[in-house]
Design a protein around this ligand. Structure first.
Ligand code: GLU
Length: 345
């Protein structure tokens, strides 16, 4: 009996030791991955490495975007415990453009559940450009996603509200909660895009014709155009990304913005279709759910660790900021941000 107790105590102590060591190792490796000095070094290096890069060109199919200073270049990383690290331009606002699609989709999930998105436009990559009419025709407006224009305008049309004003205010307040400050529209960008968005109107009318948009397709296009014109700086975008990295709770303000239940679905669609036709290449290199916009911003999310954003307007042929892709990939890889990279036990 006495012997048994000793054996049992020894076994228990052994188990406890193993447990404590395992927890210890985990804590150490996690902390060392996101050590402040390491983050700062990675950001500084990426900033310097790509500062002089001259590849790519501003989007010009929306006239106001062609006028944005191509030298704007900012990097911000926000950890899930709310620490902010930055380099370069934090203040200049560019239009959020397609990055807005992520947050409107999240709003629809909050209001109507993830199945609403799944059923209304789908969650698959189209293999076509973001404003493709062929992509609609292929499956009559199904089998696409809320990151391409027809799916995105459909998602905007699903935000509930009695009037255009009520819907718009809801969207703008939601984005503002993600950023942790009151955002507003860059009116020159809105006017410029509203005067030239006939193609988006056509996409919306087709989505209406196929029964995906139930209400006023042109009103949805107008709200969508407005949401794309919201002004954001690099810090806003990084906090928005960090909110997704932190289960939908803004790590700076502490506000739960999107129901944490829906964050996995939001990130899944970003991973599938966040970087236009190059979403696969991006995921292959980084493993990070991300979203780019033709305004020059990219956000990326390392779940549980950090959100990161870079603004730099010159884009490659696929429509993604050249500097932003390179800087985010380098920084994330230096910090062990790839969620698929796991050390074997
Ligand atoms: N407002 C832009 C459009 O509809 C967004 C495109 C983008 O950023 O991908 O064309």
């Amino acid at each position: 009996m006495f012997q048994n107790t000793i054996v049992r105590t020894k076994v228990l102590t052994g188990l406890l030791l193993v447990l404590v060591t395992a927890i210890g190792i985990n804590t150490v490796s996690m902390a060392s991955t996101l050590e402040p000095a390491k983050i700062k070094t990675a950001i500084n290096k990426a900033y310097k490495d790509y500062k002089k890069l001259k590849e790519g060109a501003n989007a010009d199919y929306i006239p106001a975007l062609a006028k944005v200073d191509p030298n704007v270049y900012g990097i911000v990383l926000v950890t899930t415990d709310g620490k902010i690290y930055s380099e370069g331009d934090l203040k200049t606002e560019v239009s959020i453009q397609s990055i807005s699609k992520v947050f409107t989709m999240a709003k629809v999930m909050d209001e109507s559940g993830p199945d609403a998105i799944y059923n209304a436009m789908g969650v698959d990559a189209t293999g076509q450009v973001f404003n493709s009419i062929v992509a609609i025709e292929q499956y009559q407006g199904s089998e696409m996603n809320a990151m391409v224009n027809p799916g995105a305008i459909t998602a905007t049309s699903m935000v509930k509200g009695k009037s255009e004003k009520e819907i718009w205010n809801k969207i703008l307040n939601y984005y503002s909660d993600f950023a942790g400050r009151k955002l507003s529209v860059l009116e020159d960008v809105y006017k410029s895009e509203a005067a030239t968005n006939q193609r988006n109107q056509a996409l919306a009318m087709l989505m209406y014709a196929y029964g995906h948009i139930k209400g006023d397709a042109l009103q949805a296009t107008d709200i969508y155009t407005r949401q794309c014109s919201v002004g954001v700086n690099t810090k806003d975008l990084a906090i928005m990304a960090a909110t997704l990295a932190n289960g939908g709770k803004n790590p700076v303000t502490g506000k739960q913005v999107v129901n944490s239940k829906h964050v996995p679905e939001v990130l899944a669609v970003m991973a599938t279709a966040g970087l236009y036709d190059d979403a696969g290449k991006w995921l292959y290199r980084t493993g990070l759910p991300a979203k780019s916009g033709v305004g020059g911003g990219i956000i990326a999310v390392s779940p549980g660790k950090f959100g990161i954003a870079v603004i730099s307007p010159p884009l490659d042929k696929a429509g993604n900021s050249v500097r932003a892709q390179k800087a985010i990939a380098d920084i994330s890889n230096a910090l062990g941000g790839n969620p698929y990279a796991v050390k074997p036990r």
